[in-house]
Design a protein around this ligand. Structure first.
Ligand code: NDP
Length: 301
């Protein structure tokens, strides 16, 4: 199996480089030109013709897209770039996957929903993005689905990894210097490890390879739920238990209204993972186990 991985250095892309390697030859690209066995290629999603050329040159059986415009607040004012990278580049990948009869694996977000209520979102629920980033990710999904290519789209939430910047590491950094932290307590979701996202993609691909009817959209996040406030408190407690010297004395809960951002955030990011667990017989661990593991990696550096 030949796999083209785009976005090789992102949180999820980095983990996919490891996880996909057991499936076959992986050609990994980022936005910069680099030598590959198929010539000098770049996987720049803002250069749609360059992207098409790279896919044709590699001629893969699987395209895995871990690249995206993920700066949620910046996207509000940088609309053209966000739209090209999250929507139009997905369309190019889908068209080329269809032409090659290849699989396309892609990641999306709970931000396609409006964030109301307290019930975990199902794949069949009505979409209504809360911000421009969410709108571009939704359009990307729709372009992939409309292309008729074989696809696996995983909608996920609150991604972290040992490599890269994320909420948990930011909280840890702040807790070392500040006596108090104010953290949003009215947004509910599930922290999701990039390693879990990569491992589940491999399991799903292995099965879908022989069962094309498994193509579709799936919600993917660990078990359980939390708030940003409780997540931060958990991270700080774990670090203390590990012997870290932290200045922080209090983690204060605040509301979303007290922390305005250019892009709105959904209050309810819960995802119902029943479809994924049944389709691929996967077990999704409690979110705390992945976060603890990531912290041990980060703290033992
Ligand atoms: P990261 O921000 O860690 O990685 C995104 C990658 O995309 C980076 O390596 C970045 O490269 C690359 N990229 C950005 N623009 C381009 C471009 N023009 N051409 C090529 N590559 C580009 O994101 P994650 O790994 O966290 O996200 C993976 C997927 O999960 C995305 O589809 C995202 O939308 C989705 N998702 C993420 C969530 C999160 O909390 N992070 C939540 C829900 C879904 P560079 O470093 O060069 O900019």
């Amino acid at each position: 199996m030949r796999i083209l991985l785009l976005g090789k250095n992102g949180q999820v892309g980095w983990e996919l480089r490891r996880a996909l390697s057991v499936l076959g030859e992986v050609v990994s690209l980022d936005r910069h030109r680099a030598a590959t066995p198929y010539g000098e290629l770049a996987g720049d999603l803002s250069d749609l013709e360059g992207l098409r050329h790279a896919i044709r040159a590699v001629s893969p059986q699987v395209i895995v897209n871990a690249a995206a415009y993920t700066a949620v607040d910046k996207a509000e004012g940088d609309r053209q770039a966000a739209h090209t990278i999250n929507a139009l580049a997905s369309q190019v990948m889908a068209e080329e996957a269809k032409r090659l009869d290849a699989w396309l694996v892609h990641y999306s977000t709970d931000y396609v929903f409006d964030g109301t209520g307290t019930t975990p979102w199902k794949e069949t629920d009505a979409v209504a993005p809360v911000n421009y980033y969410g709108a571009t990710k939704l359009e990307g999904e729709q372009l992939i689905q409309g292309s008729g290519c074989k696809h696996l789209i995983f909608r996920t939430s609150w991604v972290y990894a040992a490599r890269g910047n994320n909420f948990a590491k930011t909280m840890l950094g702040l807790a070392k210097d500040r006596p108090t932290l104010n953290v949003i307590a009215d947004q509910v979701g599930v922290p999701t490890g990039a390693d879990l996202l990569a491992d589940v993609a491999v399991v799903a691909l292995q099965q879908a390879w022989h069962k094309p009817e498994l193509a579709g959209i799936y919600h993917l996040a660990p078990a359980g739920e939390t708030t940003w406030h409780d997540y931060a408190s958990y991270v700080i407690q774990c670090a203390r238990n590990h012997g870290e010297a932290l200045a922080v004395q209090a983690v204060n809960p605040i509301s979303t209204a007290e922390y305005p951002t250019p892009a709105s955030r959904p209050l309810n990011s819960r995802l119902d993972t029943t479809k994924l667990r049944h389709a691929f017989s996967v077990h999704l661990p409690a979110w705390q186990s992945g976060v603890t593991r990531m912290l041990m990696e980060a703290l033992n550096k």
